[in-house]
Write a protein of this length. Sequence first.
Length: 156
Amino acid sequence: MGWGCLGGGGGDFMPGLQPSGFVRIAKLTLDIDSTIHNHMVVDNLGTTFAALSDPTRRAMIERLSHGPASVHGLTEPFALSQQMISKHIATLVRARIVIKTKRGRESVCALRPEAIKTVSDWAISYRRFWEESFDKLEVVINEMKKTANEERGGKR
């Protein structure tokens, strides 16, 4: 059996050799719905975390948590050019944290709390894991302390 190129190009290669970037179609089994959903969730979280990683963007989000603001209003507290502020806003819009709309000649930004809730939900699931792990660790440490105290007490 030959190898085919996904996306056209065709051509057969020697059996048993799989060029990088090619998939052997005959034996490919994939749960596409699950893969796409997981990729989208991870991708959305990655984009959101990347947007939240910058202190200027976090300050903008803090400001927008009190209500919508014009782009000009978001620019005022920062010693940054309009171009840099626009790039920060574009990053927040791409991450779907902020919605930017036009009101006449003015652009207005509003917070989209659903994006932050997605991050919060993700973090909460890991918080449960870590709290359970710390509880188990505490039990082990207490048992180790008890054993150490008993050994010290028996050696006197």
